[in-house]
Design a protein around this ligand. Structure first.
Ligand code: TNX
Length: 506
């Protein structure tokens, strides 16, 4: 099937599908050279969202699209009052979008809602809008009204920059591709056995040695984020309403730290650099005070660099740590994270311990049950759902996929779409779920093209499960809406896997 680049879109043809869609085909609006963008008076943040919209539309339309607070047929307003019939009880990300022949009005209670609406508007324009240079045709927006808000407040992606490093510019470009699907958290896996990728004051060898040459899998290239580079990345993400969740993995997955500082091993003896992909062999020493002095320095620094509420402490696959040591370790580290004002997130193994209700287990297993996570939920903890057989972006699509691993199975789009976060785990229902996250481990991924090929088209599936009301989940509808992204991704230069389950357009 082929679709001309300027085909008119249907109002509901958006991923994630909006909560409530009322088309009015008699009310289409056309963007032309006279169109301007008007933003909420007195709001610098709304103004920035308006500029963001203009920057998205200018290359392909070639129009000036001025942004100001006085005039303009596309209005981005911060107007909680107008929302009462939309039922926005919770969250900053809800919005109401009205498209009529006279113009477009977006109303939201907060700038994040305006930003979400901008992503919807982008998808409602013809695929040609994503072309890098001027295109001629009619820029029609389908008429009608959308009232939308997320089902879950946390919709994340994790990128592993420890196994292979990706530069700040690559991560920024990745963020740009994720926000189109209303992803609002990027979890960065910053440290692992192979490499340590964030500069830490007072511990320079972490990055000098373990961010240096040959620290990627199979000896691939060097790389780490400087403090300034990380701070800049956090700010870039925040402008796009994305919260960075930094992860320092411990007590396992610490070989790179121990290469840099042998005093972090139990016997103080230096360990060898490891660039293979084994897991479960390294451990910090739970009985040594040096361990906690190190962790406190790292946690203090990461917390200071991170405005978001979360600090992820890993806690996975600690096979080289005894159960007693693991307990001692986690009980020492939890208060350290609290001391620096952050909420702990950890892989679900952490939930085998007593946790404060503010702690957030991230469920990543394939197993049908997990007692620890269920107990934490019963104790009031919110859970992030990342079941590996559904949400793992590093699993192969098919046995023939050149990239990826397959320990959790083969995952194509229907598999990534066909689950629900609120009935995946006994004891973890709708009210216990903070949201969903799709992790991308990078053992086999060297380039941004590799990263994108594994992310698309599966990430949109997880994003829709996290944002859209459960009653809207429908594979046939999703697959048809997804098909329309082929020309959009091509226009944006985003590599994707052409899953045979999807009737790709163009
Ligand atoms: C398991 S999932 C890991 C990672 C690997 C990943 C590969 C988790 C918390 N730990 O160390 O990179 O599998 O899929």
């Amino acid at each position: 099937m082929s679709e001309p680049a300027f085909q008119r879109r249907e109002l509901g043809d958006v991923i994630p599908v909006p909560a409530d869609v009322r088309p009015d085909p008699a009310a289409d609006f056309t963007i032309d050279e006279g169109t301007a963008i008007r933003t909420a008076p007195g709001s610098a943040a709304a103004r920035r969202v308006g500029e963001h919209l203009a920057a998205l539309l200018r290359p392909a339309t070639g129009y000036a699209l001025p942004v100001d607070e006085e005039t303009g047929t596309i209005a981005l307003l911060l107007d909680g009052d107008g929302l009462s019939d939309g039922g926005f009880a919770d969250g900053d990300e809800g919005y109401r979008l009205e498209i009529s022949a006279a113009g477009v009005t977006v109303r939201a209670a907060a700038p994040a809602g305006l930003f979400a609406a901008v992503q919807t508007l982008r998808q409602l324009l013809p695929a040609a809008i994503d072309a890098p240079g001027p295109q001629s045709g009619d820029w029609v927006l389908p008429g009608g009204r959308i009232v939308d808000r997320p089902r879950f407040g946390y919709r994340g992606v994790m990128l592993d920059i420890a196994r292979h490093f990706f530069t700040a510019d690559e991560i920024k470009s990745y963020i740009d591709s994720l926000v189109q699907f209303k992803i609002n958290h990027l979890h960065l896996h910053l440290t692992d056995d192979q490499g340590w990728r964030l500069e830490i004051d007072g511990w320079p060898r972490l990055t000098e040695v373990s961010g240096g040459a040959g620290t990627g899998v199979d000896g691939a290239g060097p790389g780490y984020l400087t403090r300034a580079g990380y701070a800049d990345l956090v700010a870039y993400a925040a402008e796009r309403f994305v919260t960075i969740v930094p992860e320092i993995d411990m007590p396992g997955h610490v070989n790179a730290a121990q290469v840099a500082y042998p005093e972090l091993t139990a016997d103080g003896v230096a360990v060898a650099v490891r660039t293979d992909i084994e897991v479960g062999y390294s451990s910090l020493a739970a009985g040594k005070e040096e361990t906690y002095a190190f962790i406190e320095d790292v946690v203090r620094e990461v917390a200071a660099l991170t405005p978001g509420p979360y600090l992820h402490i890993g806690g996975d696959e600690a096979q080289a740590t005894t159960a007693d040591d693991y307990r001692t370790f986690i009980q020492r580290v939890l208060p350290l994270v609290a001391k620096y004002g952050k909420r702990v997130v950890g892989w679900h193994e952490m939930a085998g311990m007593e946790l404060p209700e503010t702690a957030i287990p991230q469920f990543w297993a394939v197993a049908a049950t997990d007692d620890g996570t269920a107990r934490a939920a019963a104790n009031g903890s919110k859970v992030i759902m990342s079941p590996a057989d559904r949400a793992y972006l590093d699993m192969k699509y098919t046995a023939a996929s050149p990239l990826g691993l397959d320990w959790a199975g083969l995952i194509d789009v229907e598999q990534a779409y066909g689950w629900d976060p609120a009935d995946r785990l006994p004891g973890v229902g709708e009210e216990n779920v903070l949201g969903v996250e799709a992790p991308l481990w990078s053992e086999t991924l060297r380039t941004l093209t590799d990263v994108r090929t594994m992310t698309f088209p599966r990430l949109p599936a997880v994003a829709e499960i996290g944002w859209s009301p459960r009653a809207t989940h429908d594979w046939a509808s999703f697959r048809r809406r997804l098909a329309a992204f082929a020309p959009r991704w091509r226009n944006q230069g985003i590599a994707f896997h052409p899953s045979p389950e999807v009737p790709w357009v163009g």
